[in-house]
Design a protein around this ligand. Structure first.
Ligand code: SF4
Length: 370
């Protein structure tokens, strides 16, 4: 375990990311207005432009005097990231954006448009310290935590793409946000909770998206889940379990050497009880590793009386990896066994495979091209 970071450790940033409106509480916004010598209502005007109109071009902030706009924009909405590359697939309905942050760090987000909804999958850290051996992000280690501003910017950008019709067809409202990109969200606790508040607070203090439309995934940081349970934010909790037995999970998800399967399930049960929300179990099916019928049987026994739903994810192999997706017959049998216990199961859509859809693959290939 010595190679795993301590939970809630804050890796040092060489230069701090510029502070952004999305990093600030109401009080901090007010204090900044005082510092700038401008009335406090100006901060609310910027918040309306940012969260309601998704407008970051100060030239278009017509309710703010022209000679004040630049100063206000520099203070509240400094540029946090630039687009390096976009890859599209599914006739443009899926796009993956690679972003360069102020210090050169690369992160990615994936936006998927469906007939009735649009979902963005965002990164909460650059890299990840959890070292899951089947995951591209885990191979490079943790570079740093993202700020709430840097996470929120990925979401606001996605909302803008949806609203402008750039995802093809009719414009659509960004409806769902999943913290399933690079990183372990609960290892960047403060920024992630602030981001969830930015998503769920009504306009103009946030995007006004329901907490029910937000999915927070975790690999099993039990203290983080327990702390999050107290926040009163009823998002969908997704536990990346990947196997029901501690023996295999210790190597597949190394944090399991610290927090065992029964502990993470107990923490998720407490979350479900407090919020009334069913949680999901994420399970990447990996050929001959965790896809045996006896494991489905064990998982069924563990979950049959819990308020949980299983998402099976056919593994998207990372380049050069020995791990690959299960045979269709094994996947079918896994589903059958789980259903025999009355456990609800969905086999997940694998959008984005052609564009390095597994988390971290685009950033990994960009770094190795340098
Ligand atoms: S699977 Fe998730 S938690 Fe594990 S290394 Fe990858 S990004 Fe981190």
């Amino acid at each position: 375990m010595s190679d795993l970071p301590l939970i809630f450790d804050e890796p040092k940033q060489k230069q701090k990311a510029p502070k952004h409106l999305a990093d600030m509480s109401k009080e901090e916004r007010k204090a900044l207005c005082e510092e700038l010598g401008i009335p406090a209502f100006r901060a609310n005007q910027v918040a309306v432009h940012y969260y309601t109109h998704l407008e970051t071009d100060p030239e278009k902030w017509s309710d703010i005097p022209a000679d004040m706009r630049e100063k206000i924009a520099n203070a509240f909405t400094p540029k946090l990231m630039e687009l390096v590359r976009t890859l599209q697939t599914d006739s443009g309905l899926t796009r993956k954006d690679l972003w360069r942050l102020h210090d050169g760090t690369l992160v990615e987000s994936v936006l998927m448009k469906y007939p009735d909804r649009a979902t963005v999958c965002i990164s909460s850290q650059a890299g990840c310290g959890m070292a899951c051996p089947f995951c591209a992000t885990g191979q490079g280690g943790l570079k740093r935590n993202l700020t709430a501003g840097e996470i929120t910017e990925q979401i606001v950008n996605a909302a803008r793409l949806c609203a402008s019709g750039e995802m093809g067809g009719e414009p659509i409202r960004l409806s769902n946000i999943v913290f399933m990109g690079m990183g372990e969200p609960l290892a960047n606790y403060k920024a992630v909770v602030q981001t969830i508040r930015n998503i769920t607070s009504p306009n103009p203090d946030g995007l006004g998206i329901s907490a029910r439309s937000v999915t927070l995934s975790t690999v099993g940081l039990v203290p983080g889940v327990e702390k999050f349970t107290e926040e009163g934010l009823p998002v969908t909790l997704a536990v990346s379990l990947h196997t029901p037995d501690d023996e295999l999970r210790d190597s597949l998800v190394p944090i399991n050497t610290r927090y065992k399967v029964r502990e993470i399930l107990a923490a998720a049960d407490a979350y479900a009880k407090k919020t009334g929300r069913r949680y999901s179990i994420e399970y990447a099916l990996i050929k001959d590793i965790n896809d045996q019928a006896w494991r489905a049987d064990l998982l069924g026994k563990l979950l049959k009386s819990r308020n949980a739903h299983v998402n099976l994810i056919p593994l998207n192999p990372t380049p050069g990896s020995k791990w690959t997706a299960s045979r269709p017959a094994d996947q079918k049998e896994f589903v059958r066994v789980l259903e025999s216990y009355g456990v609800p199961v969905t086999v997940r859509d694998t959008r984005g495979r052609e564009i390095d859809g597994a988390c971290g693959q685009l950033a990994a290939s960009e770094s190795s091209n340098k």
